[in-house]
Design a protein around this ligand. Structure first.
Ligand SMILES: [Zn+2]
Length: 388
């Protein structure tokens, strides 16, 4: 894989909430990982096998979708659609985290069956990366009857997280708390469904159950799609130190309330983004970009901060490799520009006006995965690969 240089970067967004814009124009990637970030004159660019001329466009970390429901390969039975993951790549998503493979037809609900399915999904998605997108999957939905040994077994088998608590038979705070605690003891992360039922068969999870369960991620704090009453969302933001996940397939007004409340409480570090798709609302290749534009424009926060919710924040909370532009991180990037004919004069201003950026290139682990996006509006300027 060797050395890859990305030069002539016009705007470098770090993904780090505390320093979202970096003063630099060049990134050096060696063997798939970022080796240096800085000014071109200060970086040893010798011997690069691939040189990308960013042509003054914007570079940011590959986007992370914190809440997807994959099933098998690049097919979703929920909307009977093939190729959805590859389409998300064209929306800048390079990493996905499963919140449970819950749309699997005939999903097993007995303990042996649900454990087997989790191990299967973990293995299958570790070995299969459409467009090189990394899918962290194998997220079992907890059911009554599970004992501590089951969580130990799952961890030993390579499972790293639970699917949404509340989508199975465990819907009470006390049992959820016990099982989330067992999961945490063996290193498994947890997410809880928040709000009204998503589809027939799921049910209401209110703030008391969410707070009692104390899962690592308050999944779709803005509902999926039906949101909790405002005062419950505010109380969750006030009382919880866990992640506040805002999703595309949720209630947008409730998402803005969660964002505003987290901001007032000085808790923006806890905000992460997902699509909660594929789902009843469909497949959204541009879902994460749309969340960024929605929160930046209507939530009135800087675009470079909104981007951190879908990059650095998610990587930190979920212990993922990418998400930040700094040495040692994955060489995984989105290069974008203001969309043609946006009224915003710069890419950040265009996002703050609610427009989506145009993606010109996506790179994963130092390799080009996509050129000009087939799904975003066309970028004003598109980077070019120049062999060194
Ligand atoms: Zn849910």
């Amino acid at each position: 894989m060797g050395r890859v240089i990305l030069r002539n970067i016009g705007l470098l967004l770090s993904g780090d909430l505390h320093r979202p814009i970096l003063e630099a124009d060049t990134v050096l990637v060696v063997n798939g990982k970022i080796a240096a970030v800085g000014w071109e004159r200060d970086i040893d660019c010798e011997g690069a096998g691939v040189v990308v001329d960013a042509k003054g466009t914007c570079l940011l970390p590959g986007l992370i979708d914190s809440h997807v429901h994959p099933v098998a390969g690049d097919w979703t039975p929920r909307q009977n659609q093939i190729g959805w993951i590859d389409s998300y790549l064209h929306g800048g998503v390079t990493t996905m985290v499963s919140a449970g493979e819950v749309h699997t037809p005939g999903r097993p609900k007995d303990v042996v069956g649900l454990k087997a399915m989790a191990v299967f999904a973990q293995r299958a998605f570790s070995a299969f990366r459409p467009g090189n997108v990394r899918i962290h999957a194998g997220a079992p939905v907890i059911e009554h009857g599970m004992v501590e040994q089951d969580f130990k077994d799952l961890a030993a088998a390579g499972v790293t997280m639970l699917g949404e608590v509340g989508l199975g038979s465990v819907k009470d705070g006390a049992t959820a708390h016990t099982m989330v605690g067992w999961a945490r003891k063996y290193g498994l992360q947890s997410t809880i469904h928040t709000g009204g039922p998503s589809i027939p068969g799921s049910s209401l999870i209110d703030k008391d159950i969410v707070l009692a369960a104390d899962a690592d991620v308050i999944g779709h704090i803005n509902g999926g799609h039906t949101a909790l009453p405002d005062e419950q969302i505010v109380e969750l933001c006030e009382k919880s130190a866990r992640a506040f996940e805002i999703v595309h397939n949720g209630n947008e007004r409730a998402g803005l309330l969660a964002l505003r409340t987290a901001g007032e409480l000085g808790k923006l570090e806890q905000v992460i983004l997902g699509t909660d798709s594929p789902a009843g609302s469909g497949v959204q290749p541009l879902g994460i970009l749309r969340m960024i534009a929605m929160l930046a424009s209507l939530g009135e926060i800087p675009a470079e901060v909104a981007i951190c919710f879908a990059t650095g924040n998610t990587a930190r909370i979920r212990g993922l490799e990418g998400g930040l532009i700094e040495a040692g991180r994955a060489g995984t990037f989105v290069l974008c520009d203001r969309a043609q004919h946006s009224s915003g004069k710069t890419v950040l201003e265009s996002i703050e006006r609610g427009d989506l950026p145009g993606i010109g290139m996506v790179m994963i682990d130092g390799m080009v995965s996509a050129g000009r996006s087939r799904n975003t509006p066309p970028a004003g300027v598109v980077p070019e690969v120049v062999t060194g």
